[in-house]
Structures are given as C-alpha cells and as structure tokens.
Design a protein around this ligand. Structure first.
Ligand SMILES: N[C@@H](CCC(=O)N[C@@H](CS)C(=O)NCC(=O)O)C(=O)O
Length: 293
C-alpha cells in the first residue's frame, strides 16, 4: 500500500472559497490527515523497522519517489491521491492550499493547477493534469493492471478519461462549484454579474445535462462489466468515481448503478479510496453544514 507522507500548508487561499477552505484546513482536513497518516505510516513502518532496527539513527531520511502537490477538497486531486495509494507508489503529499499562485509555484507550474507531481526525468520537472499523471506513473512503473498496454484496451481507457474531462466534468463543475464555493470559470454565467436567477437556471441546466454522459459510462464503457477496466478498476474508473463524489454537495440523485459502482470501487480499493475520499466528503459536509446554518 502507499507510503504517503503529508505536509500541510498553513495559509488560506485568497479566492472565493477562501473562507470555507480555511475552515476546512483547520477543522475538517486535520481530522482526515490524522486518520490517514497513522494508517499509511503503520503499514510502511514495520518493514522499515525490521530491516533497519539497529541502524535506524544512522540512516538518512528516505526520499519519496514522487512529490505530489494537492488540494484536499478537490476530486481532481482525489483521483491521483487514490491512484498513488492503490498502486502502492512511494509518494509524499504537500497540501498546496493558498500556494498555487505563489511566485514559487507559478515558476514551476504556470498553469497553477493541482494535482501536480515532481518526478526525476520529467523534461520540465513537473507534471499536472490528473489523467496525464496517472498515465505517466502507470507507464513508468508498468502498472498494466490499472492501464492496460494492449492498444485497443488502452484506447478505451483513454476515451473514457478524455470524455470525462471534456464532457462530464464541465457539467459537474457548473452544477457543483457554486455550492462548493469554488471559483467559476471565466465566461460562465456563474462567473458573471448576471442575476442570481440566471445563475441558478444555468446551474440547474448543467445538473440536468449530467444524466446523459453518466449513462454513457454505464452502458458503453462498462458494458455489463463491474468496471470500465473490466473486473478491476482502471485509472478511468478512479477518475470517474472521484468525480461523482462531488455530486453529493447538490444531493444529485445518482442512478442505482452509479451508487453500486461507487460502493464497489471503495470496496475494491479500500483505504486507498476511503482516505482521500474522506477529505472530499469532509469538505462537502462542512459546506452543507454552513449552508443550513
Ligand atoms: N483537468 C485538471 C483540473 C485541475 C484543477 O482544476 N485543479 C484545481 C483544483 S480542482 C486547482 O488546482 N486550482 C488551483 C488554482 O487554479 O490556483 C485535472 O484533472 O487535473
């Protein structure tokens, strides 16, 4: 299982979500961190302890294989966090909340986006875009179980992920970001000075549009199999299940197959799924409690 270490950022973001995020950073996130950290350490530690018991003090600190900058409430980030754990990759997480637009971060990543990994051998030292990160790490470590090598099978995984990022996710973002307190994309009604009724109309339209691509994942990509990847979750499944987590913030009525699918993903991946999902769920619970207060 994953050997994840987590560093936390302290400064809250200076955007629309700053207030809620800051609260999550101080309330919800530490809870999840507290839960996640001992588990990750507990699994990694015994091996290390057995091997180096007598020389423990002399050994220099282990360098993580991959550094992952992430934001806890984000499902884009949850995707890579789940994958890294499920694949048992040696990685260290840094909470980038409030830092993505700092000069240091922008110098490395002008797109200011997380998840972002730093890994030796990358031409520019860093890589962002959740699907590209999973593809790269799966290629690098030969993780065919998550990302099959056979061109035709791989093409289906790629198609599902591109369809998600290009079609489903924009609807999910328009439907959920207003409730999540996340900034809207430029050019969207939600980003404009339009009357709140217009914004609410646009949000509802996006919500209604989710059903069609969602059904495509079920009928076309899963095609009667438990997962898009067949009997085991692929990187496209991790991307899809994480995305659907956000829909809880608007109490979206998921079809039964989707509920069963998400439960099957969590059962199959265990803590690798539950820990990062816990951060997203804690944020959603926080946002909902604020809305009803
Ligand atoms: N398509 C990208 C989306 C990444 C993205 O939107 N990241 C957001 C968090 S959900 C972010 O890091 N925003 C920080 C910022 O723009 O400063 C992916 O799948 O990784």
């Amino acid at each position: 299982m994953a050997k994840a270490a987590t560093k936390s950022a302290k400064k809250p973001a200076a955007k629309a979500a700053a207030k809620t995020a800051a609260k999550v950073n101080t309330k919800a996130a530490p809870k999840a961190t507290a839960k996640a950290a001992p588990k990750a350490t507990a699994k990694a530690a015994p091996k290390a302890t057995a091997k180096v018991a007598s020389k423990a003090k002399a050994k220099p600190a282990r360098k993580p294989g991959v550094k992952l900058s992430m934001l806890r409430p984000s499902v884009n980030n949850m995707t890579v966090r789940v994958f890294a754990r499920a694949a048992g990759l040696d990685h260290a997480e840094t909470d980038a909340w409030g830092h993505t637009r700092s000069p240091e971060f922008l110098a490395r990543n002008p797109a200011h986006l997380t998840p972002m990994i730093e890994d030796k051998g990358l031409p520019r030292g860093v890589l962002w875009e959740s699907c590209a990160i999973m593809q790269y790490l799966a290629n690098k470590h030969g993780l065919d179980k998550f990302y099959p090598k056979a061109p035709a099978k791989r093409a289906m995984i790629d198609s599902a992920m591109f369809y998600l990022v290009g079609t489903l996710y924009p609807y999910v973002a328009r439907a959920t970001y207003p409730a999540l307190g996340f900034p809207q994309y430029a050019g969207e009604v939600g980003h404009s000075d339009a009357h709140p009724d217009k914004k609410s109309e646009a949000q509802k339209a996006a919500m209604a549009a989710i059903a069609e691509p969602l059904e495509v994942f079920h009928s076309f990509f899963r095609n009667g199999k438990p997962f898009i990847g067949g009997n085991n979750p692929s990187i496209a499944d991790i991307r899809l299940a994480a995305t659907l987590e956000f829909l809880a913030v608007i109490d979206y009525a998921l079809p039964n197959w989707a509920k069963e699918y998400m439960a099957a993903m969590e059962k199959k991946l265990g803590n690798a799924y539950s820990e990062p999902a816990g951060d997203v769920r804690a944020y959603i619970a926080h946002v909902k409690s604020q809305a009803s207060a």
